[in-house]
Design a binder for this molecule. Sequence first.
Ligand SMILES: Cc1cc2nc3c(=O)[nH]c(=O)nc-3n(C[C@H](O)[C@H](O)[C@H](O)COP(=O)(O)OP(=O)(O)OC[C@H]3O[C@@H](n4cnc5c(N)ncnc54)[C@H](O)[C@@H]3O)c2cc1C
Length: 362
Amino acid sequence: MELLHCRSVADVVAAVKSGRRLVPRGGGHCFVDRTSAADVVLDLSGLHTIAVAHDGVATIGAGALLGQVYGELHNVGRALPAGCGPTVGIAGLTLGGGIGLVGRKYGLTCDRLVGAQVVLADGSVVECDADREPDLFWALRGAGGGQFGVVTEFRFKTIAEPMMTRIAADWAAPNPMEIAQAWQVWAPDAPDDLTLNLTVDGAQAVLIGASLLPLEPTRALLAEFTSLAGTAVPFVLHADVPLSEVKASFADATPSETAEMHSEFFDQPLTGELAGRMAFTAMGGAYNRVATDATAFAHRNERFLLESPAAYANGSGHVYPNFPDLTLADGPTAYHGVNLARLRAVKQVYDPDRFFDFPQAV
Ligand SMILES: Cc1cc2nc3c(=O)[nH]c(=O)nc-3n(C[C@H](O)[C@H](O)[C@H](O)COP(=O)(O)OP(=O)(O)OC[C@H]3O[C@@H](n4cnc5c(N)ncnc54)[C@H](O)[C@@H]3O)c2cc1C
């Protein structure tokens, strides 16, 4: 398999027109290997420029990585709600959704997308947004990874970079499962300004989070959680930290990429015995104030995302497209739910010969 470095849109067009089966690569962090059936991996890292206009719209090349995005936006006082890993590609993250520490306030990364430039399977270059190629624009926001075309450029409505209170706690907890129970009740309903994520691994409990509120109101909110958990949580809070710095400081808080881990959304607390390593990400807030069919991202009624070695009987059956899992019986339904039929229709229009394809594609 050939690794082809693209430095321009013309390079991407030439690669697509060559007719060889290709897989686009942004940050290269896809949890499953989608390259084995490809002739060419299209490395887009050469397309990484970032420019911010006066109206706050950022034009970002598809090869940019999150660390670079946060850094360059910070330099002009702007930010995007997005994930933590600095080497994660803005492309893969956005095209599958984009969950992060200010998402409960500002939505998914893909919810901030206002336009994109795409090279289609026939080698044509199209601009898509709410008015131009609206079905393609809809599909890219939650189901766009590698299956409708090669995105060369994204346009995002940025936010003013907020100053935040950074939240962390890492301790051997006497009652980790009670903490997990309390978290499931409290964190998904916390005010949008505060996000608190939990990992429990044996007796070890780790909380990471961020709040758009100053120190004292943040402390007061966390006291509610502590009281529910019935234990003293050794929170360490740092106030007045720019979002980009909070993100950089949580660079190591990564999802598990091992084949033994499964992930699923939940719209209610877990039933059954809690066991093993469990990583809970709070949903709710702005994520859920977007209609399920407004974008291709179908998971708009969930309370949290869980990564764990075990499956729980009361899971929603819905799976985050950015945490793909080849063991799923019906991946496309799990990833796209009620939006799958429309996605298949869009696929039929933009890529009827399945030039862009992989196991579990729509
Ligand atoms: C360390 C780490 C931290 C993470 N943290 C978060 C987090 O906080 N929040 C979150 O939501 N997710 C997170 N994730 C998951 C992440 O969103 C996915 O792994 C995502 O797919 C990575 O995108 P990528 O560009 O790096 O990967 P890639 O492997 O390059 O791309 C992923 C998919 O998108 C396709 N693709 C890539 N570029 C394009 C393009 N230009 N046009 C069309 N298709 C394209 C690829 O073909 C592939 O199918 C994290 C992952 C890791 C490894």
